[in-house]
Design a protein around this ligand. Structure first.
Ligand code: MG
Length: 380
């Protein structure tokens, strides 16, 4: 079986009423991404997501990757990242760069989707040999909004939907950080996992002050307290606080992550399965992380396709160093609660969250079916 075609499908959705929301380092009034659709000569279709500016990354997929991949077996996914790093695909000058990694991810995950369909197994089982039924979803919510939203509102909503864990946006100033975390903790309750995300908006000194001021709230992790490129900042924060640090949504490929892992600058890495280089690369990162006892919890702000890829990847993670079924750390999985029809509406069967548990699709490949008619409504 060989790949016959590669198509990039840029998508966008403008938010209702044009109201922007986001984090400290950027608001958006739309949700956009690019899907990659590959088809093999026996008619099997595979899907992946390249999570970057849609038209630009779509052009990269079609100009650079399509010719390189057409004619290959889907099992060539295993070596695709190496071919990008060495410059065999795309030229070595740009192999490590963000857009190249995003395009690679979309193509590579689509190849894994086809592979899973060929052998009749979900990707997580193909990757790891294990079967995982479910993960614990956490609500990604309490965004910073351009309108004056009461922060209690989205948290009450997440709680009423059954979420038992949540991550919120902070990082505007210390007083606001304290107020927002107080509200979230009060609503969620003392036992719930609560995480905060600064989106890299602080200097190391500000971050240390803020994290110390929040110590009473028993945070499960603190995400991107300083910008992704501020390696010395992570080092400095590590020396001063005793809360797990997380980063990875703005890191691309193995060399970025290796630096975080080798020095244990973070306790949790968060590769995004629309950006990090694909399933093989994500597995590589997970194994690298395990050597330093760094946890892996994917970043997910994607469409239904990227969410499914992240879910399959999360389900493939080992509990190391814990014995099977004796893991004290729940497999927390990011589930965005903001407006994005690309997350659920483009799937024939939306994700199943029930009683604070998210089922891992067990059908072959990514385990989802994309509704191609619905896609047309969002195509750019
Ligand atoms: Mg984040």
């Amino acid at each position: 079986m060989a790949i016959r075609s590669v198509e990039a499908i840029p998508l966008t959705h403008t938010l209702q009423d044009g109201r922007s929301f986001g984090g400290t380092r950027g608001m958006t009034d739309s949700r956009s991404t690019t899907l990659v659709r590959i088809e093999t000569d026996d008619g099997t279709v595979g899907w992946g997501e390249a999570f970057a500016s849609p038209r630009a990354v779509a052009a990269l997929v079609e100009d650079v990757f399509a010719d390189a991949v057409v004619g290959l077996s889907p099992s060539a996914a295993e070596s695709l990242a190496e071919r990008v790093y060495t410059g065999d695909i795309g030229g070595y000058h740009v192999g490590r760069q963000a857009f190249t990694q995003c395009a690679l991810t979309g193509v590579e995950t689509a190849m894994w989707d086809v592979r899973g369909k060929q052998v009749g197994e979900p990707v997580h089982t193909l990757l790891s040999g294990q079967t995982t039924d479910s993960v614990v979803p956490y609500a990604s919510t309490m965004y910073i909004t351009e309108w004056d939203q009461d922060p209690a509102e989205p948290m009450e909503e997440a709680k009423s939907e059954g979420f038992t864990a949540a991550k919120i946006k902070i990082g505007r100033n210390l007083e606001d950080d304290y107020r927002r975390v107080s509200v979230a903790r009060e609503i969620l309750g003392d036992d719930a996992h609560l995480m905060v995300d600064y989106n890299g908006n602080y200097t190391p000194r500000q971050a240390i002050k803020s994290i110390q001021a929040l110590s009473e709230f028993d945070l499960t992790w603190v995400e991107e307290p300083v910008p992704p490129e501020n390696v010395s900042g992570y080092r400095e924060i590590k020396r001063h606080v005793d809360v797990p640090l997380a980063a990875g949504e703005a890191h691309f490929g193995r060399f970025d992550f290796k630096e975080l892992i080798d020095e244990r600058l973070v306790d949790i890495i968060q590769p995004n399965l629309g950006q990090c280089g694909g399933f093989s690369e994500a597995r590589f990162l997970a194994k690298l992380a395990a050597t330093e006892n760094v946890l892996v919890r994917p970043h997910v702000w994607n469409s239904g396709v990227g969410t499914a890829a992240a879910l399959q990847f999360a389900a493939s993670l080992p509990d190391y160093p814990h014995a099977p079924d004796m893991a004290p750390e729940p497999l927390l999985f990011e589930f965005d609660r903001s407006e994005n029809p690309l997350r659920q509406d483009i799937l024939e069967t939306p994700f199943d969250i029930d009683d604070g548990i998210l089922s891992v699709p067990q059908k072959p490949g990514l385990g989802i079916s994309v509704d191609e008619d619905r896609l047309e409504e969002y195509r750019i």
